[in-house]
Design a protein. Structure first.
Length: 521
């Protein structure tokens, strides 16, 4: 008997469609037919990512059907999920609904279930817009050429690293300090900035000495250099890496060395035999990372982690360390360059290198802990796109903030991914405690005394927090005040109101009196 099912896919762009199918076939055949129909409607869905539910939802009124279908899914009756391991006739013994005004089957994928999960949450719409912006940015990463080809082409480099919205920020023209987004990377930066505080053992020093002797030697090619150092590097990092493995799922890239935790990349190393020949090892490590993190296999984790990684370049006797995160664009911060040599400063170089290896090993363990949380989808959704800084002063405590929204350069809330590569500050809306709405600002310079002076006379918002964080920035938290920035007035070609100039003159007078500013401002 031929069954005619009225089906509905209540996504952001919903679809109603009819499937005609024989009643004596298995449900998996119905699932295949629904997948093909959705693909013909422009939906990128897989059969394993679809769920079918036996529904009893009225088709009218038509404008309310999306919300009614999602609400039905939210409160779905027991046993409504349709198994693909049963025959259609056994699940629909009476066939589809006799009337033409009822849905027979509601179809859901992961995104539909997210919509259902967000019902009643006032922040859900904003989060979905941000997630879409994140996915769209990662789709822009080119599938080819290979990292080794990229580093030899100035044109291809400019395409990836330049333009108005670069996919990768390497500090040219700018970039945000990566350490403010991940405590494990911040801890590594603190260690590398203060190597004298890193404790090392005799065996670690001996290992560093062996590596240094290998690094300063000359080899026939990259392969011979790799064979000389890979066991030492594995021991230094604390785990055996994958050397020269081809990643068929990531455009067949072949990193020289990579260290993983489950499916997450913790550290990647690229090696070059001689400085100035055969490309740029640190740059190639960045491209390895971009090829990996932009794959769809990580799509389900993008709301929960920013994929922190350590990038290592080993070129002859040079040893370089960078860190990176993916916030849509990839941001990279170079932390250390060691030009190793024997001779007069051999002892200092060995001790320094042993401390660096120790810091890398500890960072690997910290990243494993971070990815445990990500793999279990524990962090709040999209919290990974907001800063998670580490204070320079260990005796201080970060304020209890919940980030809510990005702020544009004009100081306006936005669901777009703000390009931090061309900013000198980054700003966010957050709540402090339960309800107090605040602005969180990260900037290289800030005068706390001046702010508090002006706040005392209502010429600046109340200041809650101002401390230095790893990454050489200030983290500033102040009350949020509604208004329009002077920058926005200039962009809109509108005159700045007279009251603004009056308040500015008063603020300058106060700061002059306290000796904070000088001259004719």
């Amino acid at each position: 008997m031929l069954f005619k099912f009225a089906c509905y896919f209540p996504a952001e762009t919903p679809h109603f469609f009819i499937i005609n199918i024989e009643s004596d076939v298995w449900m998996v055949e119905l699932l295949k037919a629904i997948q093909m129909e959705l693909q013909s409607l422009g939906e990128d869905v897989s059969r394993t990512g679809l769920w079918l539910f036996k529904a009893d939802v009225p088709l009218q009124p038509e404008e309310d059907l999306p919300s009614h279908a999602r609400l039905w899914l939210h409160n779905q009756p027991a046993n409504s999920h349709l198994s693909d391991k049963r025959k259609i006739a056994s699940l629909f013994p009476n066939g589809p609904h006799l009337s033409d005004d009822q849905l027979d089957i509601i179809v859901a994928d992961g995104e539909v279930l997210e919509l259902v999960e967000g019902l009643g949450d006032p922040d859900d719409t904003y989060r979905r817009k941000v997630k879409k912006a994140l996915d769209d940015r990662l789709k822009r990463f080119p599938p080819a050429p290979s990292p080794s080809d990229l580093v030899h082409s100035s044109h291809k480099l400019a395409e990836l690293l330049g333009g108005e919205m670069p996919s990768i920020h390497l500090g040219r023209p700018g970039g945000v300090p990566v350490a403010i987004f991940n405590p494990a990377l911040a801890s590594l930066q603190r260690c590398l900035d203060n190597l004298e505080e890193v404790q090392v053992t005799r065996s670690e020093v001996e290992r560093a000495a062996k590596y240094l002797r290998c690094a300063v030697a000359f080899y026939e090619d990259d392969a011979h250099r790799q064979n000389a150092i890979k066991e030492l590097v594995d021991e230094a990092i604390g785990e055996k890496g994958e050397w020269g493995s081809t990643l068929s799922w990531a455009d067949n890239i072949k990193p020289d060395g990579s260290w993983w935790y489950n499916s997450f990349l913790l550290l990647v190393l690229e090696l070059k035999n001689t400085l100035g020949l055969s490309g740029d090892a640190p740059l190639q490590a960045v491209f390895d990372y971009s090829k990996i993190v932009s794959r769809d296999k990580y799509k389900r984790f993008r709301e929960f982690g920013n994929f922190p990684i350590v990038l290592v370049g080993a070129t002859g006797n040079r040893f370089e360390i960078s860190i990176a995160v993916c916030l849509g664009p990839i941001y990279v911060t170079k932390l250390l360059t060691l030009d190793l040599s024997l001779g007069f400063h051999a002892s200092d170089n060995i001790i320094r290198l042993a401390c660096v290896f120790g810091a890398l090993s500890r960072c690997r363990l910290n990243l494993r802990h971070y990815y445990d949380s990500v793999s279990n989808l524990k962090p709040p959704r999209l919290s990974c796109l907001y800063p998670n800084p580490t204070l320079v002063d260990r005796s201080k405590t970060l304020p209890a903030l919940t980030y809510r929204q990005f702020l544009s350069r004009a100081g306006r809330p936005t669901s777009a991914l703000v390009d931090l590569g061309n900013m000198t500050t980054s700003m966010y809306i957050a709540t402090l405690g339960d309800t107090n709405e605040v602005i969180v600002k990260f900037t290289a310079r800030y005068n706390e005394a001046a702010h508090r002076l002006l706040a005392d006379v209502d010429l600046a918002p109340k200041l809650h927090f101002c401390e230095r964080v790893i990454g050489d920035l200030y983290m500033v938290v102040m009350d949020r005040v509604d208004g329009t920035s002077v920058w926005q007035f200039q962009e809109d070609d509108k005159p700045v109101p007279a009251i603004v100039w009056k308040d500015i003159n008063e603020a300058v007078r106060i700061l002059h009196a306290e000796g904070i500013v000088f001259g004719d401002l």
